[in-house]
Ligand binder design. Structure first.
Ligand SMILES: [Zn+2]
Length: 250
């Protein structure tokens, strides 16, 4: 191997190490993004459950208050009925008798109305109680998921971000081994296509499957040049050079 070939081979190996590292960094970043989406979904679900819970609880309180009022009124009316009955026993004539009977009828009607109202409210209040209990169970589940889930939890995302931070620092070290121009070409394709390096095999760029012009292919395979694929612009990475009579540069 000539010094030039050796230099090119070193560049390609450094670029391969960088590409492997970048793929890992992308996986970590994808995990962070996925975790943040999950976290957002769970947080939104939790706040929607909280809103429903507070509204259901408020209506339950309202219902209980109405039921309490109705019961109280019913009791007062029963007392009045007792009093009217007493009055009835003391009625001195037919006219008084009729008047008290009317009063009693009216009171009984009022008590009946309140009883009917209470009978209607009872199942509604039971349903509201059940709904509150169900919502509380669901809320607890979502809250627990937020606490524990690995990727969707604050802690999980924090860990992944720390991991990405370390990976970026390590990446800075790896880039130092790649010449600036070559790095720039690699990174342009990396940001546009998700990868900046392509393997070569039997005359083809293995990333886009285009057939390379044979002379160029030979030169790249022999590390005479470092070049990009003319179609996908990825830097082409030939396998390590096998020296000897059976060179695989074909
Ligand atoms: Zn290509």
């Amino acid at each position: 191997m000539t010094p030039t070939q050796q230099k090119h081979a070193d560049q390609i190996r450094a670029l391969e190490a960088l590409a492997e590292h970048d793929a890992e960094l992308r996986r970590i970043e994808a995990r962070i993004a996925e975790g943040e989406t999950q976290l957002q979904t769970l947080t939104r679900e939790l706040s929607s459950l909280d809103a429903r819970l507070s509204s259901e609880k408020a209506s339950l309180v309202e219902m209980h208050k109405t039921m309490g009022d109705l019961t109280q009124e019913g009791r007062q009316m029963s007392t009045q009925i007792d009093r009217s009955r007493e009055k009835l026993s003391r009625a001195r004539n037919e006219r008084e008798n009729i008047a008290v009977e009317r009063e009693l009828d009216e009171l009984r009607r009022l008590v009946r109305d309140r009883d009917d109202e209470l009978k209607k409210l009872a199942p509604l209040s039971e349903a509201a109680k059940k709904s509150v209990a169900d919502l509380e169970v669901r809320r607890e589940k979502v809250a627990a998921e937020l606490e524990s889930s690995e990727s969707g939890s604050q802690a999980g995302i924090r860990d992944a971000k720390a991991e990405a931070e370390v990976a970026r620092a390590a990446r800075a070290e790896l880039t130092k081994k790649v010449p600036a121009m070559l790095l720039k070409r690699y990174e342009q394709t990396l940001s546009r296509k998700g990868s900046g390096l392509a393997k070569l095999h039997k005359g083809l760029c293995l990333a886009c499957n285009i057939s390379l012009q044979p002379q160029l292919y030979q030169r790249i395979m022999r590390y005479d040049v470092v070049d990009q694929c003319p179609n996908c612009y990825r830097v082409l990475a030939p396998p390590p050079l096998v020296e000897g009579p059976e060179s695989e540069a074909t």
